[in-house]
Design a protein around this ligand. Sequence first.
Ligand code: FAD
Length: 488
Amino acid sequence: MSNSPVRPVSIWDIGSWDLESDIVIAGFGIAGVSAAIGAAESGADVLVLERTGGGGGAAALSGGIVYLGGGTRLQKACGFDDTPENMKTFLAAALGPGVDEAKLDVYCEGSVDHFDWLESCGVPYKEGFWSQPGWECPEDDSLMYSGGENAAPFSSLVDPAPRGHLARVPMPRTGDQGAGHVLMTTLIAKAADLGVRVESDVRVQRLVVDDTGRVVGIVAQRFGDTLAVRARRGVVLATGSFAYNDEMMQAYAPRLYQRPAATVEEHDGRGILMAQALGARLAHMDACEVAFFCDPQLIARGVLVNGRGQRYVAEDTYPGRVGQLTLYQNDNQAFLVLDERAYEEGMEAPSSSPQLRHRPTWVCETVAELESEMGLPAGALTATVELYNEHAEQGTDPVLGKKPEWVRPIGSPIAAIDLRNMTGGFTLGGLQTSVHSEVLHVDGEPIRGLYAAGRCTSGLSAWGYCSGISLGDGSFFGRRAGIRAAAS
Ligand code: FAD
């Protein structure tokens, strides 16, 4: 794949067009379907080229959390105040350093409208708030914290508000009826209603340019046949990340090399390479979402220590933040230490990820025995637990700021769960785009006729991450790509 030609094709080398449309979209995941709806609602004729046998992409398998705020109808209905300013302050801190301020501004200012648009497309929401720690919501509630807004260090920076918006799922929940599935089947049905055409099993390979350098089409493969597809107004790239491109992973995000998670194999970086071959600018190629493979209901009830037996994160925060800090700052070394009571409570708590509830690796009567069995430096874990317990007696955690509701002295018997190398994830860097989703050339100017959104672009996350940002910026800037391309 990586050796197949990627350089743009001149329009003069196209004998005849096999397919044609105003807007041609590569990829029918969240960014692609949002671009399709945006363009079709603007009156354009839209054709989607999708590599697999159907639409959905990673988005259809996802937890379906869309990060929105600023005072959405759902936030208000659940009794939460929020403003675009608070949302911006939080996201600039949580997604940085290096957040694209212009994109963040339009996203936060447009967030309420975007939620209304999703509802207008038919996405169902339940006016229910899920308050427990978790990767997703195990019930059919539609609002939850999904980025550590209500945990240290962010809770003291700005008033917390939950911004994880989930489509309401049918109960009882089944594996293939998650919020991502509901979101995508609803949006795909909306696109079909608007007359969007979809060609499946079509693998987009190269861009077609005219003499002025404008993108005017795509060359693709279907079962060994080459297709030339004309785009009268614009091409939108929405092909996903490069998490499954080994060469790119080694070059840009080596820490996550061979650790893909929450992604799909079709994310092979092709869209990025096609645009790069035309001079596109890249941004934040090292940024990654990092999942931590342990149930947050367990993590919140224990202390998480690194290979030196020292705590490094407030355990009640967003688990993706735990994943990033573990992988990038603690050599992927983590142990969860908790007593029997905390373990049993955690195991009984409602969870969307029961498969991430691990059995203890070591169980001992004392901390000294435990640290010896774990092979930690003598006295290191003992010192950590002593300090934690000293403050926990008062219900506080001045060291890392875990909320009082999760702070309790650790007693005996005491256990540790080995969580070394328990991380994986997907890439967040990609093509640099304007607020209108135009792909930017290395000279800073838009490449005419070329738009992009979703994980083939550098969206809102520059380093940090919150659940819902991928579906959030993918749908938001995907829609803008469709609208902008249709207007050109
Ligand atoms: P996708 O939605 O994957 O769409 C890309 C499409 O392009 C695919 O259909 C693919 O087949 C197609 N394609 C690829 N290459 C080509 C080609 N050459 N030609 C034609 N078509 C091509 N994110 C959140 O924000 N919230 C969550 O709750 C969340 N939970 C997740 C849980 C899981 C289990 C998984 C797997 C992911 C989760 N994510 C979540 C991540 C999120 O789903 C993705 O990051 C997001 O879907 C990316 O959007 P996209 O449009 O760029 O890619």
